[in-house]
Structure formats: C-alpha cells, structure tokens
Design a protein around this ligand. Structure first.
Ligand code: SF4
Ligand code: SF4
Length: 80
C-alpha cells in the first residue's frame, strides 16, 4: 500500500459556512465537497475530504480555500 502523506489539511467551521461552494471551486486538489447534512442555519456546508483515493492529490496546504471563503470558515494547517 503506497500511502501518500498529505502536506496540509484544513478545518472547516461548518456552522460558519453558508454553502457558497467557492472553496470547492478553487481547490486545485478537489478536496472539498458538500456535506449531506445541513448545519443549524440550514445550509449544506463544505466538508473536507480527507481520504485521498489512489492517483489523486491530497491537500497541499495552499490555503486558496481559506483565502476565498467569504465567511472565514476555513483554517489551514501545514505539515512541518
Ligand atoms: S489548502 Fe489548498 S489544497 Fe488544501 S483544501 Fe484548501 S484549496 Fe484545497
Ligand atoms: S467558501 Fe466558505 S462559506 Fe463558502 S462553501 Fe466554502 S467554507 Fe462554506
């Protein structure tokens, strides 16, 4: 099993999220998807896809998602 180490990860505050999907559009690794369950405000929030299938890129920690988010709902962590 060739387990690839992701270089970054993000944490999404699902209650802050308004489901605008900008983060999903901007992520070069396509690591963000819509959660199936709604948050308390009734939006379908963004959800970080931690499982990286074979042949796909993991989160690079590029922070484009956090930069584009109008609700400041995303925090980025980079692996040292
Ligand atoms: S930090 Fe970059 S690679 Fe990671 S989820 Fe955000 S946009 Fe995608
Ligand atoms: S950009 Fe922010 S508000 Fe919009 S879906 Fe992503 S986390 Fe939610």
């Amino acid at each position: 099993m060739g387990e690839k180490k992701a270089k970054g990860k993000i944490r999404i505050n699902r209650e802050r999220c308004k489901g605008c999907q900008l983060c999903m559009l901007v992520c070069p690794s396509r690591r963000i998807r819509t959660d199936k369950s709604l948050n308390l405000k009734g939006y379908a929030p963004a959800c970080f896809n931690e499982n990286v299938p074979e042949g796909e890129k993991g989160c690079t920690g590029c922070a484009q998602c956090a930069t584009v988010c109008p609700e400041v709902a995303i925090e980025v962590y980079r692996a040292k």
